[in-house]
Design a protein around this ligand. Sequence first.
Ligand SMILES: Nc1ncnc2c1ncn2[C@@H]1O[C@H](COP(=O)(O)OP(=O)(O)OP(=O)(O)O)[C@@H](O)[C@H]1O
Length: 271
Amino acid sequence: MSTPTFPSTPDLPPPDPAAALSVRGLWKRFGDKIAVAGIDLDVPAGSFFGLVGPNGAGKTTSLSMATGLLRPDFGTAAVHGTDLWARPDEAKAMLGILPDGLRLFDRLTGAQLLTYAGLLHGLDRATVADRTEDLLRAMDLVADRDNLVVDYSAGMTKKIALAGAMIHAPRVLVLDEPFEAVDPVSAANIRDILRRYVDDGGTVVVSSHVMDLVQRMCSHVAIIAGGHVLDVGTVDAVRGEQSLEDRFVDLVGGRKGSEGLEWLRTSSGSS
Ligand SMILES: Nc1ncnc2c1ncn2[C@@H]1O[C@H](COP(=O)(O)OP(=O)(O)OP(=O)(O)O)[C@@H](O)[C@H]1O
């Protein structure tokens, strides 16, 4: 069976071949809801790129389309210049993905799951065995290597999924909320691993709600809301003289305080 190709998109500018990830005109509609309304992004190679936005902004939908997990209604995505939909095997071999709400084969042990991920990526058994041990150590999961993933905590599950995304040493890591539910020590270890990966020439794209983390960790950031990119650039350029959090709130708006919840004040409640 031939690979389904995306409808031709003659009006879109070509992807930037120098970018690690380049998307043009991505659109996605679910029924009446336009989740992503024409997003263009170039993630520079070697950058630590943060994607931030309010709940429902379209981050997960955009990342899913940019990594081949969800077919766009319109638009293109390229990984280091390779069209994701025209040459999916080649493009996906360069990607390590931690999707949101990933379903794992959780009746495998942690070590088995990493072995499975490594073999699936075509690595030989000796390399898979070495890397499995290295990753279990890096993620502080050695003691739980032979336990079933179904019995892992949320943070442990996130870490084993992240390890699985890294085992084939991809050129680009795309991680949806990688620090959610992860304890502070493990989060610091993961940040170190990701920083070293970027120092060695890799590219990381993370979505996060934690502005402070993105400000400290990322070199570049895109703020998206309502399926549009509101601002993108280096973190310093986007935030200017403000903190990233203040810039985010200014751009996105929506601060409501406790307006309309006066009944929640315990002092005015009936006893
Ligand atoms: N499979 C789907 N079916 C219907 N609507 C969807 C689907 N996936 C996403 N949406 C809608 O698209 C919009 C964008 O969702 P998306 O998950 O991309 O947002 P997000 O920025 O990742 O949000 P969050 O920060 O809350 O994770 C939302 O309004 C959501 O309800």
